[in-house]
Design a protein around this ligand. Structure first.
Ligand code: NZQ
Ligand code: ZN
Length: 387
């Protein structure tokens, strides 16, 4: 196990009706709030009313930024910063999925940054102070409710980039699984794939030991496998929604990656697809991850795939090593397909045209990964195999 510094500062209020804690916790930071949300799912579900009622009852003033799109745009961030500056906002309250939360994080940090906020997306070292952020999560997927990262899209440059800083970790997050009952099937599936992908990014690692983290990672994967389909078939199944929600937070809040070298290359490869084609993040991952696995499988890495196949998919450990490894990859793809996810780029309208550009884009900040280091030509091979 490698050395690490543990810090997961976000307070989590988990379970039914935890919204009752919203106002008191906001008031620790002030009484002027920017409420950030997306295209209206919170209005349909009734959550918007609940939030407004709680704010009004407790004399918390609020301003709104709505219409934050999936793959959130830098233009929404700019608008949010303006509202915060004009009204001397004390806290940014994100109510929604990862896109709304990520947008809120960069609004909060951009508030204190004098130039264009795209700078702090490109270069996380430019992030300094940030307004306090709180979240009410409505979709189990990104883990943004409990991590210090954000991913923002700039359509003018066809870039979708991740950034991060400890100062943008939410101060508190309300995780009430009933708010995810209304998540449509495809988003439930994409969210489940995203959670599993976050685990893969830290599970497939050169660090040979870290036994505890590996077993915890397998538990999160098994939770997704157990409950993903169930939540799709029974949207109001509280246990399924609750398990997925907590799995989503634990997958990426740092816990599983501490003490290990981590990978994060499939994510970079996927972000290019979303940047150029505006596809759903989890859908892109469902297509790409099995191809990344096939590309990463070799004599140096096979044992890790065996560990994965035996412990997660219960494949007989007496089988030949490569047979187990390949079968574990097939089972991953089959599981994603069983959730209705595609397995080829052409199924989501992506052809050969931009593959080279995207491969260069994915590696523009340097070689990806260490478990299987990838240069632009490797990324191109993965894209081509996924066509
Ligand atoms: O906009 P609304 O109307 O709210 O609808 C959203 C949106 O259309 C809908 N939705 C959310 N909660 C719902 C609901 N519909 C009905 N009922 C509910 N309860 O779902 C759609 C997708 O929402 P979005 O927030 O985009 O989804 P997700 O949470 O998957 O976030 C994806 C974004 O997060 C980034 C991704 O790249 C992508 O941009 N990521 C952020 C990470 C982080 N901060 O750590 C890590 C991830 O790997 C990921 O890259
Ligand atoms: Zn992800």
């Amino acid at each position: 196990m490698l050395n690490f510094n543990y810090s997961i500062p976000t307070k989590v209020f988990f379970g039914k009706n935890k919204i009752e804690l919203l106002a008191d916790n906001i008031k620790q930071y002030g009484n002027k709030v920017l409420l950030v949300y997306g295209g209206g799912s919170i209005k349909k579900s009734g959550l918007y009313e609940e939030v407004i009622e709680s704010l009004n009852k407790n004399k918390i003033e609020s301003w709104e930024l709505s219409g934050v799109k999936p793959n959130p745009r830098i233009s929404s961030v700019r608008k949010g910063i303006e509202i915060c500056r004009e009204n001397k906002i004390d806290l940014v309250l994100a109510v929604g999925g990862g896109s709304v939360i990520d947008c809120s994080k960069i609004i909060a940090a951009g508030y204190y940054y004098d130039n264009d906020p795209w700078d702090i997306v490109v270069d996380p070292r430019k992030i300094g102070k940030a307004l306090p952020i709180a979240t009410i999560l409505t979709l189990a997927a990104t883990g943004s409710e409990m991590d210090a990262g954000a991913v923002i899209t700039n359509p003018e440059t066809s870039e979708k980039l991740g950034t991060g800083h400890p100062n943008i970790a939410p101060k508190f997050s309300i995780l009430d699984p009933t708010y995810t009952f209304t998540v449509p099937k495809e988003q439930t599936a994409a969210g489940t794939v995203d959670i599993m992908s976050h685990v893969f990014e830290v599970y497939f690692s050169n660090t040979k030991e870290a036994y505890l983290q590996n077993r915890m990672a397998e538990a999160v994967l098994k939770t997704c496998i157990n409950y993903g389909k169930r939540a799709m078939d029974e949207p109001n199944d509280y246990e399924a929604r609750a398990n997925l929600m907590w799995a989503g937070s634990l997958a990426i809040n740092g816990l599983l990656g501490y003490g290990k070298e981590t990978e994060w290359s499939a994510h970079e490869i996927e972000h290019e697809l979303s940047a150029y084609y505006d596809i759903t993040h989890g859908v892109g991952l469902a297509i790409l991850f099995p191809y990344w696995m096939e590309y990463a499988l070799n004599d140096d890495t096979v044992d890790k795939f065996v560990e994965y196949g035996v412990n997660v998919w219960d494949i007989d450990s007496d089988n030949d090593k490569y047979e187990i490894a390949k079968s574990s990859i097939n089972k991953t793809r089959e599981y994603f397909n069983s959730l209705g996810m595609p397995s080829r780029l052409e199924e989501v309208g992506i052809g050969e045209e931009k593959l080279e550009q995207m491969a260069k884009g994915a590696t523009s900040r340097g070689t990806l990964g260490r478990f299987k280091p990838l240069e632009a030509e490797d990324v191109l091979s993965i894209y081509k195999s996924a066509l």
